[in-house]
Design a protein around this ligand. Sequence first.
Ligand SMILES: [Zn+2]
Length: 254
Amino acid sequence: MAEQEPGGVDILAIAAHPDDVELHIAGTVMKSIAQGHRVAICDLTAGERGSRGSRQLRQQETAAANTILGIPEGNRVNLGIPDGDIQLSPANVLKVVGVIRRFRPRVILFPAQRDRHPDHEAAHQLVCRAYFDAGLIAVESNDDDGRAQSPHRPVRMFMYSHSWEDEPDFVVDISDFFERKLDGLAAYGSQFSVPGRNVEDPAMGPQTFISSNEFMEYYIARMRRLGFQIGARYGEGFQTWGGPLKVEDLLSTV
Ligand SMILES: [Zn+2]
């Protein structure tokens, strides 16, 4: 493992909404932590425009999910950008730059370029811009205490798909973390119905695209499909961003 600065992490996962990491890449997050890597999560919005639940309830659900995923206190931040209105504005770019410079990750996981939800596509654009700006000396940013932050540019960025799937460049075997991933999803009781764990609660509001049993069954089938492709039970797929992966030893890939 590479030397890390104090407070730094190896992997920073960035998402548009508080339950996106849990749905798409929680297995990879938990596996990385189990391998000894330090992981932080940055949610761009609080998901406050969701049709079900409230802002407060979603904060409680995120706290519960953090415990299940094993995210240390202070390693999950919410930038408070308005849900449904993620703009590629200088102010928003600087917020993401601040998070990249604070956590100083070697790897960033972030939303793929295209999706049905405009926030996911906007998050992709915002992270690409912030990744570049975070490495520029000319872009000035301060930490929470007002101290100037030094430039930092991660080594790699990998993209994850949402509803619209792109074929992955590589798949992470998450079989050993699949059950805990479902626990993390069930923590979002206002949003998801996880077969065998919780049932869709009509009191939370109208049924949505993501609150039905069918939605979660599809995602489980997707993890199964991706796992099958690599000879595992369950998997999560990623696409490379910014050129091909460097391989030093062909045997490290098998
Ligand atoms: Zn989302």
